[in-house]
Design a protein around this ligand. Structure first.
Ligand code: GLN
Length: 364
């Protein structure tokens, strides 16, 4: 079936539909990872977005039961150059097409994803729609332009209930779920943690009443400035417990301490983003998925120190509280998909949990 991707700025790409045949709009972004399409499309941080995969062949190893990052993917649509209809892998249980159909997500193939990506890089992130081939393009563009921007994305993907996953005698961690990827949980469980998962709008008192050894602030979708109550909660937690933030969690920690966020032109989404650790100069390859960043100048008058920067564009990739009781990174040490080079940040979190607050700066 002939389908189109129409960009808000008037650009039209024609291809063939797969997955759901419904019409769907969203913010169009691109991911440069060569593998990991299942983890990418099930990452809740993509809520409200249409993903363009720059790698030209998607679906070739199918979809399996164990690599999902959430139960119900929140992505609005996918754009690919070529979709493999015959997946081949010992773990594969369904095709990419079947997965999209099952979750009612539209896909489109046969698109020149290089041209589309160049367009997004040059013009910046825009909204787009995946629709039937015979629509009136002008009507669609007008409709897109008049659509209200999405808000409350965190609320749409955060857990509604509090629940505990028993650990193996390790520290007790409260995981505030802004749309957490499952691999954050897997990494904590691997280290024996008992994990209490709480919704995004939990109060600081309720978190502290758990008497946690540490609090993990998860990744999540949308603009960090939209979740004001979460910023207040993080503010009230700083100094009272050990904190580790990832991506949206990093942005919320920075906002809570007085820094400012901004929307990037086209974001970082992929599995090969080099990040430099400032104190040692060590460069790590990281998995990333973010469209907002913390303004570096805005951190100057806060109690946070910039620990990591992106090698490609110099943007802030990690911070640490001067007393070391809280730290956070803009990238994904839990990978899924991507390199595991930064996985030791979970070990660092465990070490920080074990150290009394006053001892940390002494041992730095
Ligand atoms: N993966 C994330 O947590 C993304 C954070 C935020 N939604 C951004 O796009 O910048």
């Amino acid at each position: 079936m002939v389908r189109k991707v129409i960009l808000e700025d008037g650009y039209v790409f024609t291809g063939t539909g797969f997955g759901s045949d419904k019409e769907q709009s969203g913010e169009i972004v691109f991911n440069t990872g060569m593998t990991g399409y299942q983890e990418i499309m099930s990452d809740p941080s993509y809520a409200g977005q249409i993903i363009t995969f720059t790698y030209p062949l998607i679906g070739n190893y199918g979809v399996n039961r164990s690599d999902f990052e959430t139960l119900v993917p929140a992505v609005k649509g996918v754009v690919v150059k070529s979709r493999s209809p015959y997946p081949n892998h010992w773990k594969s249980e369904e095709s990419f097409d079947e997965l999209l159909t099952r979750f009612d997500i539209p896909g489109i193939e046969g698109i020149d994803t290089r041209e589309l990506t160049k367009r997004i890089r040059e013009k910046g992130t825009v909204r787009a729609i995946i629709c039937n081939g015979e629509v009136n393009e002008e009507d669609v563009i007008n409709r897109l332009k008049s659509e209200a921007p999405l808000t409350n994305q965190v609320e749409s993907v955060s857990t509604k209930n509090t629940y505990t996953v028993p650990g193996g005698g390790g520290p007790k961690v409260v995981l505030i779920d802004y749309g957490a990827k499952q691999n954050i949980m897997r990494e904590l469980l691997k280290r024996g943690c008992e994990v209490k998962v709480v919704p995004f709008n939990v109060s600081a008192e309720d978190v502290l009443a758990e008497n946690p050894d540490g609090v993990m602030l998860s990744n999540g979708p949308g603009d960090p400035r939209d979740v004001k109550e979460s910023v207040e909660t993080v503010k009230a937690l700083v100094g009272k417990t050990k904190i580790f933030g990832i991506c949206l969690g990093h942005q919320l920690l920075c906002l809570a301490l007085g820094a400012e966020a901004e929307k990037m032109k086209f974001g970082h989404r992929g599995s090969n983003h080099p990040v430099k650790h400032i104190p040692t100069g060590k460069v790590t390859m990281t998995a990333q998925n973010h469209g907002f960043a913390i303004k570096r100048e805005s951190l100057e008058n806060t109690s946070l120190i910039v620990t990591h920067v992106a090698v490609n564009d110099g943007s802030v990739e990690g911070v640490e509280l001067k007393d070391q009781s809280a730290f956070s990174v803009q990238y994904h040490p839990e990978a899924a998909p991507g390199p595991m080079d930064a996985n030791d940040l979970f070990d660092q979190f465990m070490n920080r949990i074990l150290q009394p607050a006053g001892e940390m700066t002494k041992n730095a």
